[in-house]
Ligand binder design. Structure first.
Ligand SMILES: C[C@H](O)[C@H](O)[C@@H](O)C(=O)CO
Ligand SMILES: [Mn+2]
Length: 417
């Protein structure tokens, strides 16, 4: 049987539950995932005075062929995008500025340093998102930035973040789709603090200064990303979940939930409905925590499926900005992007093919037996046949055949770097 025949058979099974498969695929087509550029070069960037990766995050592995120039990174992204169905966004960090060999300090970056990215995005029909980079810099060496006790250092990072918002607004205006500026700072302490409040007051004050200038939401939307701990900030992180949740609600900002930034049994899927009750929008960094690490390539595990379900069943596809955040240098980096992004899309398709209204009704009726039975049976429904059909209709490789393309690219391009 071919892809079409499998699809027709599978479709009938979902239709039995009243699921409109064609509608589901149409909805899926409209979803843009924000794909992080930093998987392609192990969060290195293109600064002239490049510093070692810091901020309590780490990339392990030395798989050959990492991108070392903006052109290489864009080519690699082009390759990955050709294997991923749909129209998506690319998420950049400030360290991906192109300064023509000139050393430009972080507080002096400007839109012009991102012109090539914008041109490329326009040519490829992509949106862009942005992040100030408050790590991998001598002024972040002690693990403190916006909450630093030294005002000069704080001011430097405030200026950098203000400059970043302007760059994001430029991207949003040029591309006709608002960019998300996500602020993540590593600030924290390795050991038990003697004062948790003062650094948090300083972070709040820095953020207030950063957001003083209103930017049209059509061009730029701001988010703040919390974390539980990092390498070297095991005991205390200034920007905790509670800190940013309060800040975002009070100041009309988006909370960005990184799925790798919580206690191992604390699930982001369980937070989405609560947070959306109190804010119009939410942002995600979908990642995969493994023990102490927050950044493994996203797989189609229970939590990813649950995240997709929470977004779809709560009618929140236009309220949740879905971004990815993982970096693995032990495998082919284009494969990493492809696996992680295809899995994110698969989880949304799975959710769109679920008879959510029926399952909600069962719960309301207290029929927990049927609820569990059907949710479990759906796991072995022919979801793969619908996915294959979707890939074929979107002109991207079906099943694992994309791996052949990656191998060829590795042979022709990556191995020659
Ligand atoms: C590079 C990213 O901005 C970074 O991973 C941040 O989003 C994070 O999750 C830090 O743990
Ligand atoms: Mn993140």
């Amino acid at each position: 049987m071919d892809v079409n025949q499998n699809y027709e058979q599978a479709k009938k099974q979902y239709e039995k539950w009243g699921v409109n498969v064609e509608d589901a695929l149409e909805k899926l087509k409209q979803i843009s995932i924000s794909i992080h550029c930093w998987q392609g070069d192990d969060v290195t960037g293109f600064e002239v005075n490049q510093q070692e990766l810091s901020g309590g995050i780490d990339v392990t592995g030395n798989y050959p062929g990492k991108a070392t120039t903006p052109e290489e990174l864009r080519n690699d992204l082009d390759k990955a995008l050709s294997l991923i169905p749909g129209n998506h966004r690319i998420n950049l960090h400030a360290i991906y500025a192109e300064t023509n060999g000139e050393a430009v300090e972080r507080d002096e970056i400007e839109p012009k340093h991102f012109e090539n990215w914008v041109k490329w995005a326009k040519e490829n029909g992509l949106g862009l998102d942005f992040n100030p980079t408050l790590f991998s810099h001598p002024k972040a060496d002690d693990g403190l930035t916006l909450a630093h006790p030294n005002k000069e250092i704080r001011d430097f990072w405030i200026r950098h973040t203000i400059a970043s918002r302007k760059i994001a607004a430029y991207m949003g205006k040029e591309l006709g789709t608002s960019a998300l500026t996500n602020i993540w700072v590593p600030d924290g302490y390795k050991d038990i603090p003697s004062d948790r409040l003062t650094p948090r007051k300083r972070l709040e004050d820095s953020l207030n200064q950063i957001f003083e200038e209103e930017i049209d939401k059509e061009y730029n939307v701001d988010a703040v990303e919390s974390k539980l701990f990092g390498i070297g900030s095991e005991a205390y992180v200034v920007g905790s979940h509670e800190f940013y949740m309060g800040y975002a609600l009070k100041n009309d900002k988006l909370c960005l939930l990184d799925t790798g930034h919580y206690h191992p049994t604390e699930m982001v899927s369980n937070k989405i409905s609560s947070m959306l009750l109190y804010s119009d929008e939410l942002a995600l960094h979908v990642s995969r925590p493994v023990r102490w690490d927050s950044d493994h390539v996203v797989i189609l595990d229970d939590e990813l499926r649950e995240i997709g379900l929470e977004i779809v069943r709560n009618d929140a596809l236009d309220k949740v900005r879905i971004g990815l955040d993982f970096f693995d240098a032990s495998i082919n980096r284009i494969a990493a992007w492809t696996i992680g992004t295809r899995n994110m899309i698969k989880s949304l398709l799975y959710a769109l093919l679920t008879p959510n209204e029926h399952l909600k009704q069962l719960q309301e009726e207290g029929n927990f037996t049927d609820r569990l039975a059907i949710m479990e049976e759906l796991k072995t429904y022919p979801f793969g046949a619908i996915w294959d059909y979707y890939c074929e209709s979107m002109d991207v490789p079906v099943g694992e055949s994309w791996l052949k393309d990656v191998k060829e690219y590795e042979k022709e391009v990556l191995s020659k770097r």
